[in-house]
Design a protein around this ligand. Structure first.
Ligand SMILES: *[C@@H]1O[C@H](CO)[C@@H](O)[C@H](O)[C@H]1NC(C)=O
Ligand SMILES: *[C@@H]1O[C@H](CO)[C@@H](O)[C@H](O)[C@H]1NC(C)=O
Ligand SMILES: *[C@@H]1O[C@H](CO)[C@@H](O)[C@H](O)[C@H]1NC(C)=O
Ligand SMILES: *[C@@H]1O[C@H](CO)[C@@H](O)[C@H](O)[C@H]1NC(C)=O
Ligand SMILES: *[C@@H]1O[C@H](CO)[C@@H](O)[C@H](O)[C@H]1NC(C)=O
Length: 557
């Protein structure tokens, strides 16, 4: 943490130089994915070669054969007596299965679902960790451009558009850090304080043995320092945190100076304020987001970094500023990140009690379009789960006032700007409040969890009448929603998997089957609701769906 005393009209920025095993790490990631795809064919070729070379008797038994499937294109198969072997690449595509060599390299394994089914641990507590969010890393998602240096809040983007605040992402960021704070696996806080001693503010002794520093001044660029690291493969990255309003969140300002480019990226701290402020940054995330921010990058180019990938070489200040000593270097700031997200919710709730999404959302080939400014029941529910936890942490009732205000949209139909839709008269809280309704299953269940979390606040603890009213309203919306789920859930069951949403009812189109990772999310959420409700019918469906992920199918007639 760095505290800065800002002075009007002086230009201030913070520079962090990082040396690390950047490129080695990137290269390693690349080679790892290569090998994951290769062994299938290599192994097969090897097996055929071996058969032919070493076992003439067996090679006579296995021979190539022409084959096709459903009157499709002709392929090469293998035949061994009565058994015929189709190419796995074909089977994989046709039946949406996945397969790879086992870790020990001794056998080939095929799976119906590429996504591992996980179940919630223990029992659910509205004050505790939120599902398995402790293992989330919102910061590493390809859709996250950067953690805004001015607000401390993640900003979302498709690769080339201007970053914006996406409420669902922000709530998940807050819930992730809350869950890590309350999870034994993630909350081993350690810190190092530097800067208490005057001598630490000059060339630091710690880096003298591995680095050489040369301080100099450039007419245009200002005060600079050249650093020569003795570790030759390290890449040196310069992160600038500058007082400037810039909607890009993070940008590349690498200057070419011959063959040695000094990688340099800037984060906007917003314009100068004449008050003290805390600046707290996750350097690992900032480096990864900076490198991932390049224009025209694709999903596969998303960079994720892990502890050990980088090392901080120095922290420097340019311009004139007053910095409160000391600077704290720590392994986490979960509580601060969580409260920053909760406070963002508090200060960005609009008059309707909602957190609008500032960009358009189009689904089903633009047959269903939500113009910018739409609300999501999932966003509302996530926000409530976050705000109630902020209440449990601080006991500040403002967080609950926001929860109470957020319920109005659950009672308003989507055509009137709310998040409620009805299917054959049955209420549904919409992740995407489209017309006709889309009835997304996972978003609905997340919104139920938010309502449940709010309903668990003990009324007698609360002084505000509107909050107490909100708590009973939340309990009502929760139980109504649960009834809807019990009624409509069979519609999401295909007999071999689950359906993502019910858009096909309104659009009269083919059903929108859930990908295996969403099928796993459905199972997790159902089991989560079973923990809360102990409803046996929900449990049966969840177990049946686990079966589907392992290749079981419902009986046919
Ligand atoms: C937490 O750590 C325990 C023991 O090391 C492990 O069994 C468990 O799976 C971990 N949980 C998570 C969420 O990582
Ligand atoms: C620092 O490095 C730059 C680029 O390599 C070079 O032009 C400059 O002369 C160096 N400054 C000093 C003081 O060595
Ligand atoms: C900065 O952080 C310190 C320590 O957590 C806290 O005491 C202080 O109030 C914070 N200041 C501001 C302006 O947020
Ligand atoms: C940053 O800009 C430099 C100079 O224009 C360019 O060489 C480099 O590829 C850019 N890096 C990224 C990650 O976009
Ligand atoms: C509760 O939070 C609000 C909004 O951030 C703040 O204005 C108020 O001072 C807080 N109340 C207490 C008792 O901390």
């Amino acid at each position: 943490m760095i505290r800065l005393r800002s002075l009007r009209n002086s230009i201030l920025c913070l520079v962090i130089l990082i040396a690390g095993l950047l490129f080695i790490n990137l290269f390693f990631g690349y080679s790892a994915t290569q090998t994951a795809n290769q062994p299938i064919r290599a192994d097969r070729d090897e097996a055929i070669k071996k058969d032919k070379e070493c076992d003439p008797q067996q090679s006579a038994l296995i021979r190539e054969e022409k084959c096709n499937s459903d009157w499709g294109k002709e392929m090469k198969c293998l035949r061994e007596e009565e058994e015929v072997y189709f190419p796995f690449s074909f089977i994989k595509k046709k039946w949406d299965v996945t397969g790879k060599m086992a870790k020990d390299g001794k056998r080939f394994e095929m799976f119906t679902s590429y996504s591992k089914v996980r179940l919630p641990e223990g029992s659910y507590d509205s004050k505790g960790v939120f599902g398995h969010f402790a293992s989330y890393s919102v910061e590493s998602r390809d859709r996250v451009r950067c953690i805004n240096a001015k607000t401390g809040i993640p900003m979302s983007t498709q690769w080339d558009e201007i970053p914006y605040y996406y409420p669902i992402q922000i709530a998940q960021f807050g819930l992730q850090h809350y869950s890590r704070l309350h999870s034994a696996n993630f909350s081993k806080y350690e810190e190092v304080k530097v800067g208490a001693m005057t001598k630490e503010w000059k060339g630091s002794a710690a880096m003298a043995d591995t680095n050489e520093r040369l301080f100099w001044k450039d007419e245009q660029l200002g005060e600079l320092v050249n650093i020569t690291s003795t570790v030759a493969s390290d890449a040196l990255v310069l992160l600038n945190y500058i007082h400037e309003e810039n909607s890009l969140c993070v940008w590349n300002d690498t200057v070419s100076n011959g063959k040695n480019n000094q990688l340099s990226y800037s984060y906007s701290l917003g314009s100068m304020q004449s008050e003290w402020r805390n600046v707290s940054r996750d350097v690992l995330v900032d480096v990864a987001r900076a490198i991932s921010s390049a224009e025209g990058k694709k999903k596969e180019d998303n960079v994720v970094m892990h502890p050990g990938d980088i090392r901080i070489v120095s922290v420097g200040f340019r311009g004139s500023c007053t910095v409160k000593r000391v600077i704290v270097q720590s392994n986490e700031r979960h509580k601060e990140s969580f409260l920053t997200a909760a406070n963002w919710m508090l200060h960005n709730q609009d008059a309707n009690g909602g957190w609008p999404v500032p960009v358009e959302r189009a689904i089903a080939d633009r047959q269903l379009v939500l113009p910018a400014g739409w609300y999501s029941a999932m966003g509302q529910g996530h926000a409530i789960s976050l705000l109630t936890r902020a209440y449990w942490t601080t006991k500040n009732e403002s967080y609950l006032e926001a929860c109470a205000k957020s319920l109005a949209l659950f009672e308003k139909l989507s055509k009137d700007g709310g998040v409620k839709n009805q299917l054959w008269g049955i209420d549904w809280y919409e992740e995407y409040p489209t017309n006709p309704g889309s009835f997304v299953l996972n978003g609905f269940m997340y919104s139920l969890l938010g309502l449940y979390d709010f309903s668990r606040i003990p009324s007698e603890e609360v002084s505000s009448a509107s909050v107490r009213e909100g708590i009973s309203k939340a309990a009502l919306l929760w139980s109504k929603g649960l009834d809807s789920l019990l009624t409509l859930l069979p519609l999401y069951d295909t007999g071999s998997g689950s359906i993502y949403d019910l858009r096909h009812i309104g659009l009269k189109s083919a059903p929108n089957l859930a990908r295996w990772d969403y099928h796993a999310v459905h199972i997790y959420l159902l089991k989560w609701l079973v923990q809360i409700t102990e409803n046996q019918y929900l449990n049966e469906i969840a177990d049946r769906w686990i079966g589907y992920a392992h290749g079981k199918r419902a009986k046919h007639n």
